[in-house]
Ligand binder design. Structure first.
Ligand code: 0O2
Length: 205
């Protein structure tokens, strides 16, 4: 019943339009960022940009996991990733180049940065997460919209996709073998990402 109430609010056309507005705004910024970086480095850095607006079921699950009641207000106040944008690039250092330019944007306030590349999660998950407040200006009001931007390499993205399919959010009791294997693969992927970066640096020198 709670999820149904949440669903009604989340499917409100005005709510969705505002989220889409912010998503498009950030996607255009990312295009400009890629353009600027491609001038400096003579190659495009951003391979792929994906986005999603978190659905009611996923919001409800996350609120319960965090110990909050399932309400629209809690979803708004307690969750950082109702709007999620994912940026995928080839090399580890691309991640920090893209993040650096995102953090320079004057109209986006950085709320939190989580570097799961330097400090991978227990599962082996790697990504750089930047959480921003982005203003949505309409008529005489300014409304802040929270956005989580995940930046990762193709290899990290591949790992997260497989983990999502097999382990993440699944019954932990059944997952021990797969979890262990994925943790090892995460180390492999990290090693490979570092080697790919070395390859590129050697090719450039
Ligand atoms: P989905 O399916 O993407 O909606 P915060 O409140 O911001 O401090 P939060 O959001 O509780 O922290 O947690 P965290 O760990 O930063 O995770 C945010 C997102 O990162 C997750 O969102 C996933 O997208 C991704 N993620 C985190 N850990 C893992 C992992 O072990 N495996 C995979 N595949 N992805 C992970 P959601 O809402 O959990 O999921």
């Amino acid at each position: 019943m709670y999820t149904e109430m949440l669903n009604n609010k989340l499917s409100d056309p005005e709510f969705l339009l505002k989220k889409e507005w912010i998503i498009q705004q950030i996607k255009f910024k990312l295009k400009l960022i890629d353009f600027e970086l491609s001038k400096q480095h003579r190659r495009s850095m951003i391979q792929k940009v994906e986005h999603r607006i978190k659905d009611a079921e996923s919001i409800a699950r996350k609120l319960v996991k965090k110990g909050y009641k399932i309400t629209f207000e809690n979803a708004y106040q307690k969750l950082n990733d109702i709007i999620g944008i994912r940026v995928v690039c080839l090399y580890r250092d691309d991640i920090y180049n893209i993040a650096g330019l995102l953090k320079q944007q004057k109209d986006m306030i950085l709320i939190k940065e989580k570097d799961y590349i330097k400090n991978p999660k227990k599962s082996g998950y790697q990504s750089l997460h930047l959480i921003f407040d982005v203003p949505l200006t309409y008529k005489d009001t300014v409304e802040m919209q929270r956005v989580e931007i995940q930046i990762r390499t193709v290899a990290m993205d591949f790992w997260a996709g497989v983990d999502n399919h097999i382990c993440y959010k699944k019954n932990p009791a059944k997952m021990k073998t797969a979890e262990l294997a994925l943790k090892n693969y995460s180390t492999e992927i990290s090693r490979m990402d570092k080697q790919m970066l070395e390859l590129r640096k050697n090719a450039e020198s």
